[in-house]
Design a protein around this ligand. Structure first.
Ligand code: ATP
Ligand code: MG
Length: 262
């Protein structure tokens, strides 16, 4: 297997498993003319069904942009995205919204909670948007999630009454509550202390291992990334390394090399 001292070929991680999400030669530029910023430069990434993938890379390397485009929240300048084998680049807005709502959970780097709703209403938002109420099994799943995220005594609070870490956990519960096939989580442990962070990582790992959900998680934390089955490294809008499960020491070493090269 890979070691921290091995040479660093790109796209090392190869598997025959059916990808749940596939980005092909994705590029993204913002702005125009002299003000153009290029965030992604030809990224090809296949996320396998049921796998837990960490995405790492320096600030500004394109991680959030990649997640937003793969989740159908933003469009690429060029390249294609397939979800469950379906090219979403060609889907109309209505079909795309339904697909996203039913199959994808997203934890935003900035949480995106609704300030006028309490914690429970925020978590139940995906059901509201889908025009239905949770059934008994979904209700039980909600309560288990809330309990494992330590939010049980905060259900009637509004976001501004919560700490940053509590808001982050509400965003995680909201992304997981409908048990979507594919969950994108942008730095889901960024605001958490190490114990709460570990609880969240255990929750994400078990969603992948026990329920077959696919998880893609952006993180700057080598310990968080060591919970994943695979670690993908981005730098300056390109995938520069792609590894199987790594120890935190190996990941720190790879990150230091990347930052030194930047
Ligand atoms: N809406 C936007 N308009 C213009 N430039 C943008 C926009 N969003 C992102 N960028 C630029 O694209 C590049 C990649 O940004 P992105 O947010 O994907 O980075 P990141 O890897 O998620 O960084 P961080 O670790 O700081 O969250 C950056 O140079 C950023 O300034
Ligand atoms: Mg980001």
């Amino acid at each position: 297997m890979t070691t921290a001292t091995a040479p660093v070929p790109a796209h090392r991680h190869v598997s025959a498993a059916q990808p749940i999400a596939e980005a092909l030669n994705l590029s993204k530029s913002y702005g125009s003319d002299s003000a153009t910023v290029t965030a992604l430069r030809g990224v090809t990434l296949r996320l396998e069904a049921g796998a837990f993938t960490a995405i790492m890379g320096p600030s500004g390397s394109g991680k959030s942009t990649l997640m937003h485009i793969m989740a159908g929240l933003d469009t690429a300048t060029s390249g294609t995205i397939a979800l469950g084998g379906r090219d979403i680049t060609r889907l109309g807005d209505t079909d795309l919204t339904l697909l996203r709502r039913r199959r994808i959970g997203f934890v935003f780097q900035s949480f995106n909670l609704v300030p006028t709703l309490d914690v429970e209403q925020n978590i139940l938002l995906p059901f509201d948007l889908d025009g239905r109420r949770p059934n008994a099994a979904e209700r039980a799943h909600l309560l288990a999630l809330v309990d494992s995220l330590g939010l049980t005594d905060r259900l009637r609070h509004r976001p501004h009454e919560l700490s940053g870490g509590q808001q982050q956990r509400v965003a995680i519960a909201r992304a997981l509550v409908t048990r979507p096939d594919l969950v994108f989580a942008d730095e889901p442990t960024g605001n958490l202390d190490s114990r709460t962070g570990r609880d969240v990582l255990t929750l994400l790992a078990s969603a992948s291992r026990d329920r077959g959900q696919s998880i893609a998680m952006v993180t700057h934390d080598p310990i968080a990334a060591s919970f994943a089955d695979r670690v993908v490294f981005l730098a300056d809008g390109r995938i520069v390394d792609d590894r199987g499960r790594c120890t935190p020491q190996e990941i720190s070493h790879l990150m230091l090399n990347l930052e030194a090269a930047a």
